[in-house]
Structure formats: C-alpha cells, structure tokens
Design a protein around this ligand. Structure first.
Ligand SMILES: [Ca+2]
Ligand SMILES: [Ca+2]
Length: 143
C-alpha cells in the first residue's frame, strides 16, 4: 500500500510536536531547594517553605500580585502597586508575573548578598519574616 505523502508528514509532524512538548516540560518540577540553595540550612529552607505556603492563599504554589500585596500588609509594610510589581519583577526568572518557591528563595539569597535596597519592598519582606539565624529581630536581641 502506498501511503500518501501528506499523511506521512502529518504523522512525523505530530511525533515531532510530542517530542517538543516533552522537551518543554518545566524543570521546576525537579527543583531541589537543598542543593540549589546550599547557603541556607535545612531549617531555614523549611521556615521559608512554611512562610511561602502561609501566604500562598489559593494554594497554587505561587505567590501572585494579590497575595504579595496581602503578605506585605500583614507584615506591616504595605507597598504601592508599583512597588509590588517591581518586587515580583526583581526575582521573576520565568517571567510569569508570579513568585514560585524558588523565586521566593532568591529574595533571601539577594538579601544575604546585600543586593536589596531599603524601601524597595523586598528588603522589608526579608527583614520582617522570621527565619532563624537569617535576619532581623532575633539577631538584634541576641546581640
Ligand atoms: Ca497563590
Ligand atoms: Ca515566576
């Protein structure tokens, strides 16, 4: 039987399409905070995860604009619309306008590296959340 060329090309087109989809699977699925953020202790990463989950109100594993807005309100450092946007932009590596857990950890990496400026929101966020041995109030009172 002779197979028409257009059917063959449809078949191969379809297979290639499938392969492309497999390639495009997000690598964040295999994100391991413990190996990618070796500068933090396991306890610190667990603290950060708790904080992240607490503020991910709809439990979709992202902190979006509204959730960040609420988070900053709760932390006592309300931010303007513009400031919230730039906070997300600062760590939004995959450009989906939301903060994934990995991007959330980036905030603390930048904070530890001294890359965050006061008054930009992210500095306030990293100062206000309580993570043992990382920031703010506890160290201050221990000193
Ligand atoms: Ca969410
Ligand atoms: Ca993102």
């Amino acid at each position: 039987m002779k197979i028409p060329f257009f059917m063959l090309s449809m078949y191969f087109g379809f297979t290639c399409h499938l392969l492309e989809e497999i390639d495009a699977l997000p690598t964040t699925e295999t994100f391991d905070p413990y190996t990618e953020f070796p500068e933090f202790t396991n306890e610190q990463i667990q603290d950060m995860e708790q904080i992240f989950k607490k503020h991910d109100i709809n439990k979709d594993k992202f902190i979006d604009f509204m959730e960040l807005w609420l988070m900053m309100e709760k932390l006592g450092s309300p931010q303007t619309h513009l400031s919230l946007k730039s906070m997300i932009k600062e760590v939004d590596e995959d450009l989906d306008d939301k903060i994934s857990f990995k991007e959330f950890l980036l905030i603390f990496r930048k904070a530890a590296a001294g890359e965050l400026l006061a008054g930009t929101g992210l500095k306030e966020l990293s100062d206000l959340v309580e993570i043992d041995g990382l920031n703010g109030a506890k160290n201050f009172f221990q000193a």
